[in-house]
Design a protein around this ligand. Structure first.
Ligand code: FMN
Length: 197
């Protein structure tokens, strides 16, 4: 059987992003578990802030179609996001809001048809002690209720993330590494079960 394809989406891609570092460490862990992994850069989509007038005039921007294609081509997604004032980043929410505006036609399913029943897992990181846990809780609700994704219960918030990585960019604490692997393992199990249906 083909290896699972896991799409990893960091919610921050700034230089030195702690979440991008965690996403990269998770990509190494997923590769070790036998998955094929792609790390997806939402910033490269160059999506404007959602605006109904812009949508009416120009339609959904091509970047949203790229995100849809990437999700459609994956067996499951992993989102790794900071929290801004307790909420997932605008980069994540704006990208998914645009995705939800893709209407189905003969050539392409609707954005929400692509996400329905797609397995997902969540990680977060913050220099604070809470590890951006609140962002995952909002994101779980958003992805499950609006996008009908199946978000696995296992999640991990990496607190004091600025001290958590060794010089190679890997998690220094084995318990943190195990928590990442647990979320990935749950995602892989669900994706495998759904793929065999
Ligand atoms: C607008 C804004 C709001 C923030 N709010 C929170 C917050 O609610 N909780 C938290 O732990 N950190 C908060 N932070 C700090 C981020 O966790 C920190 O900047 C982190 O490094 C961002 O993630 P990144 O390194 O992956 O870019 C906030 C940062 C910004 C820019």
């Amino acid at each position: 059987m083909e290896p699972l394809h896991i799409l990893i989406i960091p919610g921050s891609v700034r230089r030195g992003s702690l979440n991008l570092t965690l996403a990269t460490a998770a990509s190494h862990a997923a590769t070790r578990m036998g998955a094929r992994v792609s790390v997806f850069d939402l910033r490269e989509l160059e999506l404007p802030v959602y605006d109904g007038d812009l949508e009416a005039a120009q339609g959904v921007p091509p970047g949203a179609l790229k995100l849809q294609d990437a999700i459609a081509g994956s067996d499951g997604i992993l989102i790794v996001t900071p929290e801004y004032n307790g909420f997932p980043t605008p980069l994540v929410i704006n990208s998914f809001d645009w995705l939800s505006r893709i209407q189905g036609n003969g050539a392409r399913p609707a954005g929400l048809a692509t996400t329905a029943n797609k397995p997902a897992a969540l990680l977060s990181a913050s220099p604070g002690a809470g590890g951006a846990m609140r962002s995952m809780n909002f994101l779980r609700q958003y992805l499950q209720m609006a996008f009908q994704m199946i978000v696995v219960p296992q999640q991990f918030a990496l607190g004091r993330a600025h001290e958590a990585f060794n010089p190679a960019g890997e998690l220094a604490d084995p318990r943190a590494a195990q928590s990442v692997e647990a979320a990935l393992g749950a995602l892989a199990s669900l994706a495998t079960a759904l793929r065999s249906k």
